[in-house]
Ligand binder design. Structure first.
Ligand SMILES: *[C@@H]1O[C@H](CO)[C@@H](O)[C@H](O)[C@H]1NC(C)=O
Ligand SMILES: *[C@@H]1O[C@H](CO)[C@@H](O)[C@H](O)[C@H]1NC(C)=O
Ligand SMILES: *[C@@H]1O[C@H](CO)[C@@H](O)[C@H](O)[C@H]1NC(C)=O
Ligand SMILES: *[C@@H]1O[C@H](CO)[C@@H](O)[C@H](O)[C@H]1NC(C)=O
Ligand SMILES: *[C@@H]1O[C@H](CO)[C@@H](O)[C@H](O)[C@H]1NC(C)=O
Ligand SMILES: *[C@@H]1O[C@H](CO)[C@@H](O)[C@H](O)[C@H]1NC(C)=O
Ligand SMILES: *[C@@H]1O[C@H](CO)[C@@H](O)[C@H](O)[C@H]1NC(C)=O
Ligand SMILES: *[C@@H]1O[C@H](CO)[C@@H](O)[C@H](O)[C@H]1NC(C)=O
Ligand SMILES: *[C@@H]1O[C@H](CO)[C@@H](O)[C@H](O)[C@H]1NC(C)=O
Ligand SMILES: *[C@@H]1O[C@H](CO)[C@@H](O)[C@H](O)[C@H]1NC(C)=O
Length: 515
């Protein structure tokens, strides 16, 4: 398999070609041997940097410091409170790519953000993973291995000060009867929209707020998120945990109870599970209990949610559930699951999680290679009882059919290739990531940047939505780069021994305790 991956990619070394051509019985070299010999036809890491710079230049020219570029019309939008979401989300990627000019454009801006000023509701979750995560990661990288990229130390210090300011503006969200926060906040009158919170939106705060507490010395941030997390670790009522460790998605801030038993590794639930193991990586001494809950959830997933499409039993997908009834549908968002299983398998020394994760990565790869654009859809299904007639042939061949055809510049499939490559050193995953990157570049590149598209199964993508997501900078371009770039960099995962960095769900790496 390793040799095939190399052969399809193009350039291979002459002795290997000669051996294959002359049908000499080949003593297959180890994958490490091949890895050293193999040189991609173009410098892939440089090509990803070029794409980052094209995207940034368009954004900087037409949209900075607004949240997003509208690349078709050279306009801007402010979907994340107008604080400069793309600017902050781009920081850790610019750092890891060594783009000093862009790093300093970003860090000279951040001290000027006014977190009190916004005229739309503030999402505690989105603000935490993008802005807080982006600034804390920038602070960790610029206080450590990349200190030489900052022109002015005061801008580095401001990353922490602004993180504290932001958290203090947000912290009233936790003033609820239960301690489960509100998610949708109105800063103008310190109120909220009164709607229930969600599993992912409650369970994806703990890494960023704990890092902030550890860096600032203010342990209140930890108390707030630990209290909220406690309701997820001991869920009530019992019916909201239909399989051990697998939970419903809506939670009442009034009393901390779950309001349903619908879930999976899908959007709305996903990063709760992701952070259970990542907190253990962050600090194994404080978070062993979360690791134990990850194991319970993972074992239930393997046992109860594993699903093989009828026409393609070779593929593995993870089903959703409503109570104990399975729903054979999934999402691009859920494709982070393979990477998360692989990461956990490496950290726990459990081969079974790595093997299962690689199976999931393979299934998500199929959702990419099967479409007209070679990009996977937003949502898909393999429920044989409701195949649309005009996708029956497609389903029989590929094992899934498309239920939502957009691609909104999401990272999860490439993210999981990254973890797969780090765990196996199999260059096949670098090739898969490159193929995805080339396909995304070919279809979403438009005007002054990159845009979400309407339909992955139409050549050309069926039109652009004129929107360049901030996580294009934070995630897609970062994982596309990490998998092709210097594998010895200290922030790379799985280097042997304990990881020194852990990536938040927006792909911002933060330094682990003692890392
Ligand atoms: C909110 O953030 C601003 C800076 O943007 C800061 O001046 C203010 O003190 C913060 N508010 C709170 C309640 O900490
Ligand atoms: C930040 O915005 C708030 C709300 O609009 C305003 O009252 C405050 O004066 C602003 N702070 C600065 C430093 O501009
Ligand atoms: C918020 O303010 C911006 C510009 O300051 C404006 O374009 C936008 O329409 C406003 N949104 C709302 C919901 O008031
Ligand atoms: C610690 O953080 C809390 C929550 O935002 C805040 O209310 C408190 O003032 C902070 N304490 C210090 C000493 O800054
Ligand atoms: C607070 O402000 C928001 C947005 O302006 C508004 O929708 C909401 O009704 C207000 N809530 C209260 C309690 O005043
Ligand atoms: C908890 O609060 C929700 C409303 O947020 C309500 O629907 C539910 O019945 C309450 N559950 C309990 C056990 O009080
Ligand atoms: C889950 O099942 C319950 C009870 O059977 C039903 O009322 C609810 O609509 C279902 N939820 C979803 C999201 O399918
Ligand atoms: C399949 O049919 C549905 C309506 O039944 C239509 O909306 C969709 O565009 C068709 N898809 C293809 C690929 O022809
Ligand atoms: C797909 O397979 C099913 C089950 O074998 C079969 O009934 C159906 O006709 C096939 N569809 C097409 C378009 O060949
Ligand atoms: C990306 O797309 C641009 C514009 O179509 C093209 O010039 C460039 O070669 C592409 N890059 C890669 C790596 O495919």
């Amino acid at each position: 398999m390793v040799a095939l991956g190399v052969l399809t990619a193009g350039a291979i070394t002459l002795p290997l070609v000669a051996a294959l051509q002359s049908h000499i019985a080949l003593d297959l070299p180890t994958k490490h041997f091949i890895q050293r010999q193999y040189t991609p036809p173009i410098d892939r890491a440089e090509a990803v940097i070029d794409t980052f710079r094209v995207s940034w230049d368009g954004y900087y020219k037409y949209a900075f410091p607004h949240d997003e570029l509208k690349p078709v019309t050279n306009g801007f939008s402010d979907s994340r409170n107008g604080w400069g979401a793309s600017t902050v989300d781009a920081l850790s990627t610019a750092l890891i790519m060594g783009q000093k000019d862009i790093v300093n454009q970003i860090i000279t801006y951040i001290p000027h953000i006014n977190w009190s000023q916004t005229n739309i509701s503030v999402s505690l979750f989105e603000t935490t993973i993008r802005y807080l995560g982006g600034m804390l990661s920038g602070y960790d990288l610029l206080s450590g291995p990349l200190a030489d990229l900052a022109d002015n130390q005061a801008d580095v210090d401001a990353l922490l000060t602004q993180s504290i300011n932001l958290a203090n503006n947000l912290s009233y969200a936790f003033e609820t009867p239960s301690g489960v926060p509100w998610n949708n906040l109105f800063f103008n009158n310190r109120s909220n929209d009164g709607s229930p919170n969600g599993l992912a939106t409650v369970g994806t705060l703990i890494l960023e707020w704990t890092r902030l507490a550890d860096l600032s010395g203010n342990s209140t941030y930890i108390s707030l998120v630990n209290k909220a997390e406690s309701y997820l670790l001991s869920p009530s009522p019992a019916s909201s945990e239909p399989f051990p460790g697998l939970l419903g998605m809506n939670i009442s801030p009034e009393n901390g109870t779950f309001l349903d038993a619908v879930g999976g590794w899908i959007g709305g639930a996903d990063s709760f599970y992701e952070y259970l193991i990542k907190m253990y990586i962050y600090d194994p001494s404080r978070y062993a209990a979360l690791k134990d809950r990850w194991i319970v959830a993972a074992d239930s997933t393997i046992k109860y949610l594993t699903s093989h499409p009828a026409p393609r039993p070779d593929l593995t997908f993870v089903a959703q559930f409503n109570g104990t009834t399975l729903d054979l549908t999934s999402q691009h968002l859920a494709c982070f699951d393979g990477g998360n299983f692989i990461l956990a398998g490496q950290v726990l020394g459990e081969e079974k999680y790595i093997a299962y994760g690689l199976d999931l990565v393979n299934g998500c790869h199929d959702t990419y290679t099967s479409t007209a654009t070679h990009i996977g859809p937003e949502e898909f299904s393999w429920d044989p009882s409701s195949v649309p007639a005009n996708q029956s042939a497609f389903f029989n061949k590929t094992g899934f059919y498309i239920t939502s055809p957009q691609y909104v510049l999401r990272p999860e499939v490439i993210e999981s290739y990254y973890y797969a490559y780090r765990a196996t050193s199999d260059t096949k995953y670098q090739d898969w990531a490159w193929d995805a990157f080339v396909a995304i570049n070919a279809t979403t590149r438009v005007g002054s940047g990159y845009s979400s598209i309407n339909d992955v199964n139409v050549v050309g993508g069926g039109g652009w939505t004129d929107f360049q997501e901030s996580f294009w900078f934070a995630e897609v371009l970062k994982y596309s780069f990490l998998i092709q770039s210097d594998q010895g960099d200290e922030w790379q995962v799985g280097r042997g021994g304990r990881d020194g960095w852990v990536f938040n769900t927006e792909a911002h790496p933060v330094r682990v305790v003692g890392g």
